[in-house]
Design a protein around this ligand. Structure first.
Ligand SMILES: *Cc1c(COP(=O)(O)O)cnc(C)c1O
Length: 378
């Protein structure tokens, strides 16, 4: 089978060269836009592309206010800041994620708490979340408190893993009931929908990423989606040094970040947004091909959940066990086809091994068996 897989993937990409996991695609408009920033000298914090890019993402996602940042980690950091996360607070997230989610929590002086993911979405499991809270938390004076440590559980950060939307209704209901702010890590899910709503527009705040390996790229970049105008205004303010607008005076009215996306990157983003619908179509077609190929193969294709529409950012399969996974990784990578295991679970990393956690049975099973296969749009 691994050999058939190599042949199949080579037939998809029609090349004998190395096949990477995910690469960006650029057209003429990208070149024109970037050149324009250089020719006008507006490569940095002044220029029209940042506003245009934010408006384009608002239009596409339906978010009331989007704020562009230097990367997705900065967007998450800001989202948690805006959500009121403070030093020594707890933030519930999944152990099955890219390290950026937990780094952003750490940068707030808070600590991640790991709860299991659902088998269906690979994202935070509402049942696991609710049972963790029922066992370990209580609501006290309108806030959620971790019983044993007395620390506040301020936020829940589900990740739409590989672009598959989590069960947002249930997670949102639990967050409301327990007085916890919902912040979506939508870094991987631009173009993914939950019951018709774009991912990242259900939570109070969300973060997108435009890193080079994501669905669209700005080189490096991110975006904070805000659930209302006033959140949006304040988010813009604190990501741009909290400078009070004035023709020449420097006056800053609160501690803040310098996280604004440069115009140079936004120029690329504007052109990429125009191509996004095509990328999504191509990625869906690729997923269809993988689904067909893996049917009855003994490898299980991770499909979009019934409640949503996935962008199929990274296609993934589950092998029968860890040794089958290792064999597949070995075979594909040595034949010039990049396949990757999922991230090591966060509680195995030295800086997060002391963190609180619930039962992580599903996460551990997925960690042992999952392989990502090449997913650049075809
Ligand atoms: C890509 C990614 C981020 C943040 O990305 P940056 O590389 O900082 O832009 C955050 N969370 C997840 C789950 C990601 O995949």
């Amino acid at each position: 089978m691994p050999h058939h897989l190599s042949k199949f993937i080579r037939s998809l990409y029609k090349t004998k060269e190395f096949i990477p996991l995910h690469t960006p695609t650029f057209g003429e408009q990208e070149k024109l836009n970037v050149l324009d920033t250089i020719e006008t000298t507006f490569v940095s914090s002044v220029g029209k592309y940042v506003d245009d890019f934010e408006r384009a993402v608002e239009l596409f996602t339906g978010s009331p206010k989007a704020v562009a940042t230097v990367n997705g980690t900065a967007a998450l950091h800001t989202a948690l800041y805006m959500a009121g996360v403070q030093r020594n607070d707890l933030v519930i997230t999944q152990a099955l994620t890219f390290v950026a989610t937990c780094n952003a929590i750490h940068h707030m002086g808070a600590e991640p708490v790991f709860v299991d993911v659902s088998r269906e979405t690979l994202g935070l499991c509402p049942l696991a979340l609710e049972s963790y809270l029922e066992e370990n938390a209580r609501v006290e004076g309108g806030r959620c408190v971790h019983k044993q440590s007395g620390k506040a559980i301020k936020s829940v950060v589900p990740v739409h893993t590989f672009g598959h939307p989590v069960h947002l209704d249930e997670i949102q209901r639990i967050c409301k009931k327990w007085h916890i702010t919902l912040v979506e890590d939508a870094a991987e899910s631009l173009g993914s929908y939950y019951k018709g709503k774009h991912t990242g527009t259900v939570g109070e705040f969300a973060a997108l990423s435009f890193n080079g390996n994501k669905v669209i790229t700005t080189g490096g970049g991110g975006m904070i989606l805000c659930s209302n105008e006033s959140h949006g205004k304040r988010t813009k303010h604190i990501t741009t040094t909290a400078k009070v607008s004035h023709p020449y005076e420097f006056y800053h009215d609160e501690p803040s970040f310098n996280y604004r996306m440069p115009n140079l990157n936004a120029a690329l983003g504007c052109a990429q947004m125009q191509r996004l619908p095509l990328f999504l179509e191509q990625k869906r077609e690729l997923a269809n091909q993988y689904r067909e190929f893996f049917r009855g193969s003994g490898y299980e294709f991770i499909d979009e959940p019934e409640h949503g529409r996935s962008n199929f950012w990274l296609n993934a399969i589950l092998c029968s066990d860890k040794s089958a996974r290792n064999a597949l990784l070995e075979e594909q990578n040595s034949s010039g086809i990049m396949c990757r295991p999922v991230w090591q679970l966060m509680h195995r990393l030295p800086m997060f091994e002391q963190c609180l956690r619930g039962d992580l049975e599903v996460s551990e099973d997925i960690e042992a068996r999952l392989v990502n296969v090449p997913s650049s749009p075809i």
